[in-house]
Design a protein around this ligand. Structure first.
Ligand code: SAH
Length: 396
């Protein structure tokens, strides 16, 4: 056996790893033959000592080890990082010519906890695991070399940092501070991106194709965009010829950004209405006012980060979907999403079906919606499929 620290699993707990699922929960560990620190590489072995893979240890996390490599001859190193990043970039070259693109999607690209988004010549990196934090500087250097980008900004400030026991880090990692007025084109439309202060890395890149879809569906319709953030769906609906868009968000800053994005694209502000408030309450208000819409988008924040929160999340999804279905005109469309890792696609469809049934509406599914292909899901890691959606239609 090598001189690396060995993590031995309990009997039978090697099954998921043999299928290349990259997580080892702390309860699966039998013993560790040294005292590694968070971020250190370890060799994961079956109870009997058979090699399973190389991973990174994270003592404070329930996910005690995340695996980076399944080959004994390929321990975690800059060379492995380079191989993984090169593979990740090769996929992105097939994802279309977009200014804003996710280059690295964590576990699904073989780099647990590492997310990298590209906005023009700026990379935004989020390291949300002990291993990603340990290797983020090296990743930044390799990425600059492979992409020709000029700067890397770190946004490692998600809630999960606390669970992993790693410090929050936000600021320039390589190069200068990106301009606060940066903007990128998405499918011909321009969007301001707040890299330092916006949600996630500044923009919801995963909805690119769904926003384009909404653009093709909006013509002549009254549109309701609930949870609009910086107006991704609103801008697309207006560009697609919507008669009117009502955009709702709890955040005044988000609405300001959305408004600026409408202006930036020279779209008719007169056709947009901005509502700052709680979408759950506002949907009820619309119902009480007898308003109706031809197209409704529901893209709420994550209600259930893990399966443990699924029940509460299900009530939230059912509530907004039931209200939305009742607000649709005959022939109206609902594009409804869940980005909760803890709610599976099957469960989400059941929840929407339950909402339709309680609303006494015979809705049909026209399409199953997903994140864009620059957010791949490793077959061995179904947890990677966090964004799921449905395009539904009520009879008209
Ligand atoms: N559709 C957007 C992304 C939505 S992100 C896009 O394509 O870019 C979720 C948004 O929901 C955030 O902007 C957040 O401010 C907002 N939000 C969270 N809770 C809310 C609530 N209860 N009511 C209304 N908006 C809410």
């Amino acid at each position: 056996m090598s001189s690396a620290t060995n993590v031995f699993l309990k009997p039978g707990r090697d099954k998921s790893l043999l299928r290349r699922h990259p997580w080892v929960f702390s309860g699966a560990i039998d013993r560790i033959d040294a005292t590694p620190a968070g971020g250190d590489s370890v060799c994961v072995r079956s109870h009997g000592g058979a090699f399973l893979g190389w991973g990174v240890y994270s003592p404070q996390s329930q996910i005690a080890v995340r695996l980076w490599s399944w080959e004994q001859a390929q321990p975690i190193s800059v060379a492995l990082l380079r191989t993984r990043l090169t593979q990740a970039l090769a996929l992105r070259r097939t994802c279309g010519d977009h200014e804003a693109l996710r280059l690295v999607h964590a576990e699904s690209d073989g780099l647990p906890g590492l997310i990298v988004d590209r906005y023009g010549d700026t990379l935004v990196l989020q390291a949300s695991s002990a291993g990603a934090a340990r290797w983020s500087e090296a990743a930044a250097d390799v990425l600059l070399e492979l992409t020709g980008c000029t700067r890397v900004y770190e946004r490692s400030d998600a809630d999960v940092m606390a669970l992993e026991g790693i410090p929050v880090r936000s600021g320039p990692l390589r190069g200068d501070v990106p301009s606060a007025r940066m903007h990128v084109k998405e499918n011909g439309l321009s969007f301001g991106i707040d890299i330092a202060g916006g949600h996630k890395t500044g923009f919801y890149l995963d909805q690119r194709d769904n926003r384009a879809l909404v653009r093709t569906l909006a013509a002549g319709r009254k549109v309701l965009d609930c949870f609009c953030y910086s107006g991704g769906f609103t801008v697309n609906a207006l560009a697609g010829g919507a008669e009117h868009v009502t955009a709702v968000d709890a955040s005044a800053e988000a609405l300001t950004a959305a408004r600026e994005n409408v202006e930036r694209n020279a779209l008719d502000e007169q056709r947009a209405e901005w509502v700052e408030g709680d979408a759950f309450q506002y949907l009820r208000k619309l119902r009480d006012q007898g308003r109706s819409f031809g197209l409704i988008v529901l893209d709420p924040p994550k209600f259930a980060p893990t399966a443990a929160h699924a029940e509460r999340a299900a009530r939230g999804y059912k509530d907004i979907n039931l209200l939305a279905l009742k607000l649709l005109v005959p022939g109206g469309l609902l594009a409804t999403f869940s980005c909760s890792g803890g709610v599976s696609r099957e469960l989400f469809q059941k929840i929407v079906a339950g909402a339709a049934s309680d609303a006494h509406v015979d809705a049909q599914i026209l399409r199953w919606l997903s994140a864009t292909p620059d957010h791949p899901v490793a077959l061995a890691f179904p947890e990677g499929e966090y964004l799921k959606g449905l395009l539904c239609r009520v009879p008209g």
